[in-house]
Design a protein. Structure first.
Lengths: 476, 463
């Protein structure tokens, strides 16, 4: 161990040098950011391919990875890259990043910042994708390069996925991997995305809430009818839909459908969450403690509780209301849910509830294509050996206590890792909550990214150390 | 010079195509009183269509400027034959609801009257251009046949009815003697059934208000925040569910009027609402549980959510919406304590824990604000009109204590102190206030005969 510690120091030095070198991390990041990989815009699809072939692919090839580009099984959506380096080791690690970004929102950025060019202002580096996710997967590449330059090998087999449609609901992603399970199989999943829960210390995140969007529609007749002549004669769809929503969730935000309530939070999750505080950054909204189950903490409400939202509601002509009974009411709804609730049971449960409460006039429909999303909930147990192992390395590396977030409040593609590849999930988020991800002025913080690259390097280093029988530890 | 000849004259006006032609000219004028550019057309409607029509019949006309800004002018036409004769006040409104030009599926849009089968499509065909034009034409038939009316006639054409009859109260109050009369007889709204002549003795009132739940400035990602932030769409839905059950039963005690009398229930007993084959079908399970549809609309209060919005319905995103708003309305009958409607709502919302749901002014262009009023069944003028309609049509007319809709009836009953009797010429499937508004032409033809006979009877010397 003594000998390899010196080498770790070299690897860390190499990673930091690369991070700080003029032609290093930021020069590469500036190239990655210049690709307008907005996956929600169909006309950007060629750029999604371009990113894979000309931006990120070459960086992996330089490190001796072989590349395979998979077409998205859904036509018109972005490709999926698998970069692989097989060293014949016993342990195989699966990495992940996404090269697509949310809409650039040009002209909405402060200081005339261009979302497609890096702006260096003090400790902040602005640009679309710096935090989500280009800057984060580039941090992994930087760490891997440092390991290879120091040790000549990784010491484990590595498969790294670059997805190009994450911001568009990861459509086709699960289908593809289900069809090519062998190619993507591994022992553990380790990647970086999203923000850490607290600015001042790292945490690992072990899964995600699930999500499903659907429309509730009460469509009673073709046109509107005079509310004087017909008020009292015709069922008002907005009133019916409001009552239907009121039967689903109460005025304090507590779900009323028993089958959709996760009554007990596992002990290991409660314990892990005790150590996590939620720091939403400077622009975060005021929290109202009276919303949601009263006996739960805020962090339990957003990460360990099923929540129902009315994303939008529409009936009649709200911009120009007239005295007519409207024909139709639509609510775009969403359920975010945690382990224990199964995606495929959600819609039938809502249907059964509506029928039982005499809301057979309310239909459950597919949402608009642009707002269609569904993912299973995932969570690796906080006591999982791989999670514990990573936590201790991160704590050591950063001289702080690394938190464990059993799952994040948001939703993404981890379902495929947990339910198809069936391996433990550990995310090490390298951004922070105030990074304006999904908004103008997205940025990373230089010292934070520097620390992140060091931490990732240290994790990869230990994963590949000889004689550390990590595989046995992780699969025990 | 007979009743029959007068009726004959009015029918030939229809049969020779002139009624349709004249009405079409009225429909062409886009008198949308809720928007600024419609107001010029309202004035034009009075000056170029109504004034010449009345003057050719020996009426004096006066256009009152509306004392309220952005509200249309008011015409009073007067023909005084003899101070000893009774004076009959008529009424109509020349303004219409917004055209919704893009949404029409029948005819040629709102501003070109177009006949399809027996139906004539166009904005204002039903509400109210055909209705006052029928009455004006019947007066003309009577004058043509008899040379005089046999009563004094006054006729109001206002042009802000669809904007809450703004200014009409002020104009009448300031000119009480000019508007004074002995009885009010006019036409608006639908019959209870297209083939059943109807008398309506009042109107429901309408209070419009907004319910608003405004919790914060912008949206927040539902992944990061879902569960931690109150959702205004949910809260407003809950608040609405506390006002009305899923089947439309009112839950606020002050919003529930006195139960209809036995006499009223008797009158309504035979009224089955039928909006025609394209009209909607009344829901038997909507409204007060033990009530028939006719009782719900003609003798009870009803709450409507006219429009509601939260988030961005055109393009929903995964964010908790910052606010929500419902544009609401209570239609209520005379006897409801109108000054308690909003205060009882406030109390009710507070009691239910919805202090963060605010009651706000409705949008300027759709403020409601009609008062409820009613003439009692026992008034002698009711019998005269009832008898006249029975003689012309051969059937006893349906009588409803008040029409479901709201109109400025209280100005005639309360301000001018008149018995007010409405003889509607439309039907409930007419898509009034929606695209594809239309009238049934054979019904208009019968209405011409009804009004010709009625005016004849009003002008008959007492036996």
């Amino acid at each position: 161990m003594t000998a390899s510690k010196g080498c770790l120091k070299d690897a860390l030095q190499a990673a930091v040098s690369d991070y700080e070198a003029p032609k290093g991390y930021f020069s590469k990041l500036s190239k990655l950011v210049s690709f307008k990989t907005e996956s929600q815009l169909p006309e950007r699809t060629p750029i999604l391919y371009d990113y894979v072939s000309n931006a990120i692919g070459p960086l992996f090839e330089e490190l001796g990875y072989t590349l395979e580009v998979f077409e998205n099984p859904i036509k018109g959506f972005g490709p999926i890259l698998l970069a692989e380096r097989n060293e014949g080791a016993s342990l195989t690690v699966l990495g992940y990043g996404h090269g697509d970004v949310i809409h650039g929102q040009e002209s909405q950025w402060d200081n005339n910042r261009n979302p497609w060019k890096l702006s260096f202002e003090g400790d902040k580096v602005y640009g679309r994708g710096t935090a989500d996710n280009k800057g984060q997967h580039l941090a992994h590449i930087t760490a891997l390069k440092a390991i290879l330059n120091t040790r000549g090998k990784l010491g484990f087999n590595h498969r790294f996925i670059i997805e190009m449609g994450e911001e568009n609901g990861s459509r086709g992603f699960r289908d593809l991997i289900q069809k090519k399970l062998k190619k993507f199989s591994a022992d553990v999943f380790f990647a970086s995305d999203g923000p850490r829960t607290e600015y001042n210390r790292p945490n690992i995140t072990l899964g995600n809430r699930g999500v499903i969007n659907f429309d509730l529609i009460c469509d009673l007749r073709k046109g509107g009818h005079h509310s004087g002549n017909w008020g009292g004669l015709l069922t008002n769809p907005a009133i019916v839909l409001a009552n239907a929503i009121a039967s689903i969730i109460d005025s304090k935000g507590i779900l009323k459908i028993d089958a959709l309530i996760q009554k007990n939070i596992p002990k290991s999750v409660i314990n892990a969450l005790k150590g996590i505080s939620r720091d939403g950054g400077p622009n975060s909204p005021k929290i109202n403690k009276d919303w949601g189950p009263i006996n739960r903490t805020i962090i339990e409400k957003v990460t360990a509780t099923n929540t129902f939202e009315v994303l939008s509601f529409s009936s009649g002509n709200a911009l120009n209301p007239v005295n007519a009974v409207p024909p139709k009411a639509i609510a775009a709804c969403q359920l975010r849910f945690v382990m224990g609730t199964k995606l495929k049971e959600i819609i039938p449960t809502f249907r059964e509830h509506l029928d039982k409460n005499n809301f057979d006039q309310v239909d459950i429909c597919k949402p608009l294509e642009s707002n269609s999303i569904s993912f299973e909930a995932t969570r690796t147990d906080p006591n999982n050996p791989f999670a514990q192992w990573i936590q201790s390395i991160v704590s050591n590396s950063t001289n702080s206590h690394c938190g464990i977030l059993p799952n994040s409040a948001g939703s993404n593609m981890t379902e495929v890792i947990q339910y198809d590849l069936k391996i433990p999930i550990v995310w090490l988020p390298l951004s922070y909550a105030g990074c304006s991800q999904h908004a103008p002025n997205e940025h990373i913080i230089k010292p934070l990214m520097r620390e992140g690259i060091r931490t990732v390097t240290e994790i990869y280093w230990h994963l590949g150390e000889e004689n550390n029988n990590t595989k046995d530890i992780f699969t025990s | 010079m007979t009743r029959e000849a007068t009726i004959e004259h009015s029918l030939s006006y229809f049969d020779n195509g002139h009624f349709k032609k004249d009405l079409s000219k009225l429909v062409e004028i886009p008198t949308e009183s809720q928007i600024k550019k419609g107001l010029e057309h309202c004035l034009k409607y009075l000056r170029s269509s109504m004034v010449p029509a009345f003057e050719s019949m020996g009426f004096e006309t006066k256009i009152y400027e509306n004392p309220i800004s952005n509200a249309g002018p008011i015409l009073l036409a007067t023909r005084l034959e003899n101070p000893s004769l009774p004076t009959v006040l008529g009424y109509g409104h020349g303004d219409v609801i917004l055209g919704f030009d893009e949404s029409w599926t029948k005819g040629n849009g709102p501003w070109k009257a177009t006949q399809v089968g027996d139906l004539l499509y166009g904005r204002g065909t039903a509400d109210n251009k055909s209705q006052h034009w029928i009455n004006i034409s019947a007066l003309r038939s009577l004058l043509s046949i008899k040379g005089s009316l046999g009563f004094n006639a006054k006729f109001i054409i206002e042009t802000s009815e669809e904007n809450g009859s703004k200014g009409l109260r002020e104009v009448i109050s300031s000119n009480l003697s000019a508007f004074s009369a002995d009885v009010f007889i006019a036409s608006d709204g639908p019959r209870v059934r297209q083939d059943w002549p109807t008398i309506s003795l009042g109107a429901r009132g309408a209070i419009n208000f907004d319910l608003s739940c405004n919790l914060r400035e912008g949206g927040h990602h539902s992944g990061n925040w879902g569960g931690a932030l109150p959702d205004p769409g949910i809260i407003l839905s809950q608040a609405i569910s506390c006002i009305t059950t899923p089947t439309g039963e009112l839950k606020i005690p002050e919003w529930r009027p006195q139960m209809p009398s036995t006499e009223v229930r008797e009158l309504l007993k035979d009224i089955k609402l039928d909006a025609g084959k394209d009209g909607p079908i009344p829901d038997s399970n909507w409204g007060e549980p033990s009530f028939s549809p006719a009782e719900n609309v003609f003798a009870w209060n009803s709450f409507s959510v006219l429009a509601m919005t939260a988030g961005n319905p055109q393009n929903p995103i995964n964010a908790i919406a910052p606010n929500s708003r419902a544009h609401c309305q209570l239609r209520y009958i005379a006897g409801t304590k109108v000054d308690q409607v909003l205060s009882s709502l406030r109390r009710h919302l507070d009691e239910m824990g919805f202090s963060h749901v605010k009651i706000e002014q409705p949008p300027e262009e759709n403020q409601g604000g009609f008062l409820a009023s009613r003439t009692e069944l026992s008034n002698p003028w009711v019998s005269i009109v009832r008898q006249s309609l029975k003689e012309t049509c051969g059937v006893d007319p349906a009588i409803i204590p008040q029409m479901g809709g709201s109109i400025c009836n209280d100005l005639f009953t309360d301000l001018l102190g008149l018995p007010a009797i409405w003889v509607p010429h439309s039907y409930s499937g007419c898509s009034q206030h929606a695209p594809d508004e239309h009238i049934i032409l054979p019904l208009s033809r019968q209405a011409l005969s009804i009004m010709a006979g009625l005016y004849w009877d009003l002008g008959k010397p007492p036996v």
